[in-house]
Write a protein that binds this ligand. Structure first.
Ligand SMILES: O=C(O)CCC(=O)C(=O)O
Length: 261
């Protein structure tokens, strides 16, 4: 979707992103190994500690886009994830599906990947395997970096490992879009996607993935999801949701309900 986010927001969130990069959060990840060029930075639940991220995920244009796209009657926020690849970053984002990382069941789950810089293939645009959300696969999560603290957690999920990511990428039709700041890519929670490094000399790639859920989503308390990571869990309130329950919890705020406007 082109031009979803107004220029004022772009400026405001660029500032907020740069504040985070200067002062990384407690659950943040530096995926680029020490001493290597560039920087691949990941962070989660930024809305909980920065009012600009909080206001942004509540922006009407984004919430309504999620509701319309999923034909939902109710929208909650699941979480935000910052994914920055600075120029000269070699690290790829591994091929993965999102839902295996998440303690969720349901169809109404959408990610809005918002660009804050012009994004091209060589600057690390996210690439998708066309139609792969319909393959009926649920592959084990891959860690985004060799030094990630999530590896031990994901192994507990006992899911089928992805057979050969390189072959899947080479053997299928890949989709990506060059983006301008304020453009948004919406993706399904089961689509296989990855991103190359940012091989440019000067082009920053600041992206924020906003995850919204609709009324058919319930909590899945299986082992091996990202909220079981103690580094992340200690930054969050206790999540006392039972398996199968709706996500009625302060961590997942209700943002919109049909008829309540
Ligand atoms: O930004 C990236 O490189 C990966 C994004 C991603 O995996 C996601 O938003 O689910």
């Amino acid at each position: 979707m082109r031009n979803v986010v107004a220029p004022e927001w772009i400026e405001r969130i660029r500032g907020a992103v740069d504040r985070v990069l200067a002062s990384p959060g407690p659950a943040s990840m530096e995926y680029t190994p020490k001493g290597a060029g560039g920087r691949y930075y990941g962070d989660f639940f930024l809305w909980r500690r920065d009012p600009d991220f909080d206001a942004f995920m509540r922006a009407d244009s984004l919430v309504r886009l999620a509701a319309e796209f999923m034909q939902a009657s109710r929208i909650r926020f699941f979480y935000d994830q910052l994914l920055v690849k600075e120029p000269g970053t070699a690290e790829q984002t591994p091929l993965h599906q999102d839902l295996p990382y998440w303690p969720l069941r349901g169809e109404q789950i959408i990610s809005l990947w918002v660009a804050f810089d012009p994004v091209t293939e060589d600057a690390g645009a996210v690439q998708y395997i066309k139609g792969s959300h319909n393959w009926g696969k649920f592959y084990a999560p891959a860690t985004f970096g060799a030094n990630s603290s999530f590896g031990d957690i994901y192994r507990k999920g006992g899911l089928e490992p992805m057979p050969n990511p390189e072959q899947l990428i080479a053997g299928n039709e890949m989709l990506h879009w060059d983006l301008a700041p304020g453009d948004v890519v919406l993706h399904h929670s089961l689509v296989l996607h990855y991103s190359p490094g940012n091989l440019t000399a000067k082009a920053r790639r600041r992206g924020l993935a906003l995850r919204y859920i609709g009324e058919d989503v319930t909590w899945d308390d299986r082992p091996g999801t990202f909220v079981k990571n103690p580094n992340l869990a200690k930054t969050l309130p206790a999540i006392e949701l039972a398996d199968g329950q709706a996500l009625e919890h302060e961590l997942f705020p209700l943002l919109w309900e049909r008829g309540a406007e």
